[in-house]
Design a protein around this ligand. Structure first.
Ligand SMILES: Nc1ncnc2c1ncn2[C@@H]1O[C@H](COP(=O)(O)OP(=O)(O)OP(=O)(O)O)[C@@H](O)[C@H]1O
Length: 236
């Protein structure tokens, strides 16, 4: 992890939040450098999706702070955070099912001035190019995930948050998505919630393990992978 806090793009400090009166995250301190992958691991219900929502501003902070690009964005609305460079691929419902692939991409490209941007994401995800006129809702789970990632990339995020991008996806497509994420993490910050440990640790060079809403382990991906306590935190 970088020692110099100025190297951080995302910087959460002692963040606590939850739903109604039920607290889910407790004093979560977590950061992501400008480039590279950060894996968020933890068993079902550990608070991973809640953490994504807190970063993107769908959930406000009860205490603690969210920093982005050296600014305190704790009080900013989701829209302003997105403008600040966050791209978000939520776990579900992340494409417009009735719109074609082409139109989904056009929506993603609305804020992008570069006319070649769609062509470039189609080079990255060529399978989508073969399905431009297909309604997104009729595509396979893996294709929909690719479309959701492609669409998020069109907003040219500096930080891409992905909540289980390979959930319910066939193994061959998992490999394809993983390779794209590894490439992406060379240029921007990629924070990925992932159940597949091997995949997560291929994309990430830093990993955090949440346990009942608290950071239980954090460090380099190798150190977390080799930590004997890891199995305990991932066991159902
Ligand atoms: N909208 C909500 N209202 C109330 N409680 C919620 C809500 N969403 C999530 N929770 C609770 O917050 C806790 C953390 O849920 P969260 O979805 O963040 O976990 P997760 O680590 O992403 O789990 P999974 O791996 O199953 O997706 C769970 O106990 C869940 O029941």
């Amino acid at each position: 992890m970088p020692d110099d806090p100025h190297d951080l793009f995302l910087d959460l400090r002692n963040l606590s939040t939850g739903y109604g009166r039920s607290q889910v995250l407790f004093d979560v301190t977590l950061s992501a450098p400008w480039r590279g992958g950060v894996a968020i691991l933890g068993r079902n219900g550990a608070g991973k999706t809640t953490l994504m929502k807190a970063i993107v501003g769908e959930l406000g902070a009860w205490s603690g702070s969210v920093g982005l690009d050296r600014r305190d964005i704790t009080k900013l609305a989701t829209e302003q955070r997105i403008r600040g460079g966050i791209g978000y691929v939520p776990q579900e419902h992340s494409v417009f099912g009735r719109l074609s692939v082409r139109d989904n991409l056009a929506v993603g490209a609305l804020t992008n001035q570069d006319k070649r941007a769609v062509d470039r994401v189609l080079e990255i995800f060529p399978k989508l190019g073969a399905r431009l006129d297909q309604p997104a809702g009729t595509m396979s789970g893996g294709e929909r995930k690719m479309l959701a990632i492609a669409r998020a990339m069109l907003s040219e995020p500096k930080l891409l948050l992905l909540d289980e991008p390979t959930e319910g996806v066939w193994i061959g497509v998992i490999e394809e998505i993983t390779e794209r994420l590894i490439l992406l993490a060379k240029d921007i910050a990629v924070v990925v919630v992932e159940q597949h440990l091997d995949l997560a640790l291929r994309v990430a060079n830093i990993a955090y393990v949440l346990d009942r809403g608290r950071v239980a382990l954090a460090g380099s991906a190798e150190a977390v992978r080799d930590d004997p306590a890891l199995v305990r935190y991932l066991a159902p």
